[in-house]
Design a protein around this ligand. Structure first.
Ligand SMILES: *Cc1c(COP(=O)(O)O)cnc(C)c1O
Length: 378
């Protein structure tokens, strides 16, 4: 008989955890040792050899990530960018990879500056249009990279449709699900082959650790390549970083509910303001991806963007007047952040310069709305 899968909240608390047999400690110890003793017969009785290859804290984190995401295995990395780089090099040099036109700018930089020179044939398409993805297909296309909701316009890509197309043609699909951690979306269940997270964001949840992860639907050749790069290039998270991310995971489902509820309230407020030209939040009925998002997400997440009607200087002035929101990049922490995205992305950005991106934290939504109201009105 198949065991029933525990609820996400239960998994979040228990996955990757065990009371320490030696001490009875309920919370995990941090294992700083870089090396592990061998038996006289040459074996490694605890399975650990050297910490670049595996460490008790990293293994616990990977076990929890795989369980929460419903994957076969997970690999922890030192950053979301390192995790993305490993997946993008799980193909061969010369292989063709389709990436979204609207892509997290750090990954675009990584592709242009390091992966194209390595041999990746990356081509940008409108990933929200499955016909455009099909039209850009080449015989050597091996991987499709999806980010949904996109950054910073929150466009929604149909993961199931892209996965069906890719699988018919013998390619794999990777989803950067940093904005939709487990509980908000389930890309593997929709047919994605691997999921990438910047654990820096919601999974750790407190803006105090840089990390990344890849979760795979199955152990196959491409996965072995990701694991090889993790263990042999060594862009691995420290034991303490793993401990911090795992500690963050314990409260993830409850944090995501509050982030999501707050973002929905703030989006509705902004949509009713005359100073705001447009709100980008998939939970709003007029968002072009609303129905699709309602199907493939549970709640619409904690991120939104909006454009200030009076233009770029006015947008900067609104950001300057905010008191509760901190003007800073990144997302997914307990504190709300506001960001003028175009200036962070720099020259060549296609982000409108009257746009502010908000990461809704865990403050009371009424206080966040009051702060935005005073910043817009003065
Ligand atoms: C932050 C982020 C990344 C990169 O993660 P780092 O830990 O900063 O390297 C990748 N994708 C998305 C969508 C992100 O928000």
């Amino acid at each position: 008989m198949r065991e029933e899968r525990p609820h996400l909240e239960t998994l979040a608390v228990h996955a990757g955890s065990a009371v320490d047999a030696a001490t009875g400690a309920v919370t995990p110890a941090i294992h700083l040792s870089t090396t592990f003793e061998r038996d006289a017969d040459g074996s490694y009785p605890h399975g650990y050899v050297y910490t670049r290859g595996g460490n008790p804290n990293r293994n616990a984190l990977e076990e929890a990530l795989a369980a929460l995401q419903g994957g076969a295995e997970a690999a922890g990395f030192a950053s979301g960018s390192a995790a993305a780089a490993a997946v993008l090099r799980s193909v061969e040099p010369g292989d063709h990879v389709l990436v979204p036109r609207e892509l997290y700018h750090g990954i675009r930089k990584l592709i242009d500056g390091a992966l194209r020179p390595w041999g990746l044939q990356a081509e940008a398409v409108d990933m929200t249009d499955v016909a455009a993805v099909a039209a850009a297909w080449r015989p050597e296309t091996r991987l499709v990279w999806v980010e949904t909701p996109s950054n910073p316009l929150l466009s929604i890509t149909d993961v199931a449709a892209v996965a069906e197309l890719a699988h018919e043609r013998g390619a794999r699909v990777a989803v950067d699900a940093t904005w939709t951690p487990p509980g908000v979306a389930d890309p593997l269940a929709l047919g994605a082959d691997v999921v990438v997270h910047a654990t820096t964001k919601y999974l750790s949840g407190h803006s105090d650790v840089l990390g990344g992860a890849v979760v795979t639907a199955r152990v196959d050749e491409a996965w072995r390549r990701v694991r090889f790069l993790q263990q042999n290039e060594g862009a691995v998270p420290s034991p303490f970083d793993c401990w911090l991310v795992l500690r963050g995971i314990r409260t993830l489902p409850y944090r995501m509910r509050a982030h999501t509820e707050g973002a929905a309230r703030v989006a509705a407020f902004l949509a009713g303001r005359p100073e705001v030209a447009r709100v980008y939040y998939p939970g709003l009925a007029d968002h072009p991806g609303h129905e699709l998002a309602a199907r493939q997400m549970r709640g619409f997440g904690g991120m939104l963007s909006f454009r200030v009607a009076a233009g770029s200087a006015a947008a900067m002035a609104v950001a300057a007047r905010l008191r509760l929101f901190t003007r800073a990049t990144s997302l997914g922490g307990v504190e709300s952040l506001a960001e003028h995205r175009a200036s962070i992305e720099g020259p060549g950005t296609t982000t409108p310069d009257d746009l502010l991106r908000l990461s809704i934290g865990l403050e009371h939504p009424d206080d966040l709305i009051a702060d935005l109201a005073q910043a817009l009105a003065s």
